[in-house]
Design a protein around this ligand. Sequence first.
Ligand code: 3HC
Ligand code: NAI
Length: 705
Amino acid sequence: MEPTAAAPVVQTTVSDHIALVKISNPPVNALSTAVRQGLQQAFTELNQNADVHAIVVTGSGANFIAGADIREFGLPPQAPALPDVCNQIEASDKLVIAAIHGAALGGGLEIALSAHYRVAVETAKIGLPEVNLGLLPGAGGTQRAPRLAGAAAALDLMLSGRHAGAKEALRLGLIDHIATSDDIAAEGIAYARSLLADGAPIRRTGEQTAALDDRAAQQAAIDAARADVAKKKGLFSPAKIVDCVQAALDQPFAEGLATERELFTQCLNSPQRAGLVHVFFAEREVTKSPETQSAKPRPFQKVGVIGGGTMGAGIAVSLLDAGLSVTMIERDDAALALGQSRVAKVYDGAIAKGRLSEEGKAAILARFHGSTSYDALADADIVIEAVFEDMGVKKAVFAELDRVCKPGAVLATNTSYLDINEVANSVSRPQDVVGLHFFSPANIMKLLEIVVPAKVSADVVATGFALAKKLKKVPVRAGVCDGFIGNRILAVYRQAADYMMEDGASPFEIDAMVRAFGYPMGPYEMSDLAGGDIGWATRKRRAATRDPKARYVHIADKLCERGWFGQKTGQGWYVYEAGTRGGKPNPAVDPIIAEERAKAGVTPRTFTREELERRYVAAMVNEGAKVVAEGIALRPLDVDVTLVYGYGFPRYKGGPMKYADLVGLPQILADIEAFAKEDPLFWQPAPLLVKLVQEGKNFDSLNKA
Ligand code: 3HC
Ligand code: NAI
């Protein structure tokens, strides 16, 4: 077998009338310009080669093809376009077989759907995840997938972006055969040989109609999907996906492809695509920190959790779900029993939903131990403290850990705001102390801030990242300051919201604006959910160090003084009727606001939704820029990932720093300077923002530095 193709990323070998076209573009065989050119050239040559009877397309390494090269989106297009490559493959008058292992996603699956037959190993991941990037399958996928699997299945795959396994893909008609061994090239060749032996016809997907024959059923599936999409406001591409499938039903294949092209281009040019692609790369980039490059994580299997409250119980569940062994320490037997029951309740909920069996629960809980004695942590590899947010209590806990834990054990705190350097310096082994800041509910929320105090050793930080990976969380490295990345920025935009409230906006208007922006809930709804007492305690703690000249809005404190902490007390900013989760605006809040405005000498004014939004976002971006400049966040993208994964910032807007880039930094700075005329202390432009505007740069330029 002699290599014949010129392009090294696509290698062609011909043996015994069967050509093997192998894509080798690490790490995931994305369809870069070179790969598209290589495929085009390979098919042009092979189609003219009379010796070739069948062509097998496959990928080298761990995947078939993970899709279009996402890095090329937004750059000037280079020929050949992927749809043209797909059409060329489909038009081939040699039998074309896609031999799939690993990921056949997006454009990768579209290549496979353009082949005449498909074979896959059982573990293959088959899907059209473009929706996650603000796109739709733009190389014929919206036309070919319904022609093979019908509208309902194609819509499900394209709107969810999920991966199907080979068995499901076979059932749906997306593949024809499951390989029996993992040698996918050999399997593809063997399958090609059997098809040739059987005289299998060339079967072009674009000419298939059987799956669409029952038009009424197809239309019903499209209508149902359209209704579903309409309910989920915000995203641009899902409705376009439905339009494409409608075109697959109504239009001849070539016209359907043209419709798809037009709608794909609209998606490609949308800011949502830019935001979502940014987050795709950012969530991978955050896993790389100086410490993960320089040090190896310490091994861990046994983890201690101190405190069985809201966070301790959630953290314990997260650890147990990852297969780790957990020992929970509480103050006394009653508190321990409560902590253990919180953990058990999560699994009972899973059983009630049919997601877990009693035996499954028992097997998980066999790895869960409890004690009121720290001595039970003698062999723990990692200990995570989640006791009351009080420096004295934390230091007492760490003194015990210092006493009982084995040398090399990682000692972590889940503190939200406290100075972790102070905690670290209180023990004899500050090099082992790190912050692991989980978010509530800790078994669900994906973000894990890994807070890096001054004396911690690199392998402890690397262990934090390894733990995040084990728990399937998104780690973000943060420096020590009051609130780290997320809570520090939250405090500032929350303050901007309070100022707008005192100046005339109602909290319900602000929540509505924030929801319309794309958050699942507004800041006042969030406060009611988390418990108003949490923020109250923080404000009280900070009172002593607050700048006496800084504006302070007392409204939230007034609610807390009445014991209105939100959902858990039946009322806060909203009133919650027993048994309901959603609240109605609390009418008793209005007079409190009016009274505070009067006390502050404020004449209330009205704000448009846009005005509210600009202040809210400007406060967030300005503080984000300060956090980056101080090195608390490594790059702007770390702020983006923190706010998207921990605070509900809409992913499709890319995070606050990316969003600021898309709006334009001069605009954001001009807003801040205008607001500063009212309150120069609060609205001090971040020097980094000023510098970037002066240099004509954006935040993204720092991500690439
Ligand atoms: N283009 C460019 N780079 C890609 C890529 C792609 N399609 N897919 C993955 N990568 C890069 C990642 O950024 C990462 O780079 P890094 O090492 O520099 O950080 C590297 O490949 C490895 O990726 P992962 O860390 O994600 O590796 P995993 O093994 O965990 O996952 C995967 C592999 C399941 C293939 C996952 O990478 C993935 O889901 N990729 C995206 C798939 C996708 O969205 N495809 C559709 C693209 S859009 C399209 O095809 C449009 C078409 O319809 C016209
Ligand atoms: P919580 O009040 O629900 O739970 C604290 C638990 O710690 C209680 O069960 C208490 O009995 C136990 N405890 C107190 N002192 C102890 C000691 N010396 N030894 C053993 N157990 C002890 O508090 P929550 O909300 O779980 O918070 C815990 C920590 O997590 C705090 O530092 C908080 O700032 C932080 N955090 C809280 C978040 C939240 O949303 N609630 C989010 C992220 C971090």
